[in-house]
Design a protein around this ligand. Structure first.
Ligand code: ADP
Ligand code: MG
Length: 241
């Protein structure tokens, strides 16, 4: 029988730093369905980035499995994992922010042009970028540099870049970090749109409570342990349980 779209079982991650062992994931189990909108809340250091990096094929787990459409992604070699990443997942991670020396168009198309090994389909890729920028009200900024954009505009460019390879899954780590409340709402609305209109599976890590009402599934992480179907995530985050 086919399991969930994303099925995580007994997932552990231990980081070894000198003599220290940090248990970042302590046996995580979770299921996410196709077109789900899942949000992971939790304090800094609780293991959120580690978890989404393992799900996205970026960080190798210590134990357990991540199955996506039935495929145990970590059973493959590096080349196959990177192929899976490029095809299936759009990353919107803070650490992959925009390159200051490239304009908006080049920030969006460069990763895909590199992945395609150079010249192939350049015009098509640019056309797609323009049409997605238009959809997010950003087409007039196509030649702007990141330093000429507001925080919200920069996020929109990063979102377009993440969508360029038409991934099934969007993984976003703190996509509303350091934004004012109004811009934060705009960015949340874009993710909702991507989920509802494009039917993408959206997985977001954030400590902003504003996601809770938009998400279909809310998970709370505390010290490497995941809690699901939490009736009151705020109380849990504030100490509780
Ligand atoms: P969050 O995203 O919730 O802030 P992280 O997944 O970044 O949490 O971190 C979880 C724990 O793992 C923390 O104790 C952190 O210090 C540790 N950690 C994360 N990445 C590394 C790493 N590359 N090497 C060593 N320890 C790490
Ligand atoms: Mg983090």
């Amino acid at each position: 029988m086919m399991g969930s779209f994303i099925e995580v079982r007994d997932l552990t991650k231990i980081y070894h730093v000198g003599e220290q062992h940090v248990e970042a994931l302590k046996g995580i189990n979770l299921d996410i369905e196709e077109s789900d909108f899942a949000v992971f809340m939790g304090h800094s250091g609780s293991g959120k980035t580690t978890l989404v990096s393992v799900i996205g094929g970026l960080t190798k787990p210590t134990g357990g499995t991540v199955r996506i459409e039935g495929v145990d992604i970590w059973s493959h070699d590096d080349k196959a994992i990177s192929k899976f990443r490029n095809k299936k997942i759009g990353f919107c991670f803070q650490s992959f922010s925009l390159l200051p020396s490239l304009d908006v168009m080049n920030n969006i198309v460069m990763p895909l042009i590199f992945a395609n090994g150079g010249k192939k389909d350049r015009d098509k890729i640019r056309e797609k970028a323009v049409s997605m920028l238009r959809e997010l009200d950003m087409v007039e900024k196509v030649a702007a540099f990141p330093s000429e954009l507001s925080g919200g505009e920069q996020r929109r460019v990063a979102i377009v870049r993440a969508l360029m390879n038409d991934p099934d899954i969007i993984l976003a780590d703190e996509p509303t970090g350091e934004l004012d409340i109004r811009t934060e709402q705009e960015v949340i609305e874009i993710f909702r749109h991507i989920n509802e209109e494009y039917k993408k599976t959206v997985i977001v890590v954030s400590h902003t409570l504003a996601w809770i009402e938009k998400a279909k599934k809310v998970f709370v992480m505390k010290d490497g342990v995941l809690y699901e179907n939490v009736a009151d995530p705020v109380t849990l985050l504030m100490g509780g349980c």
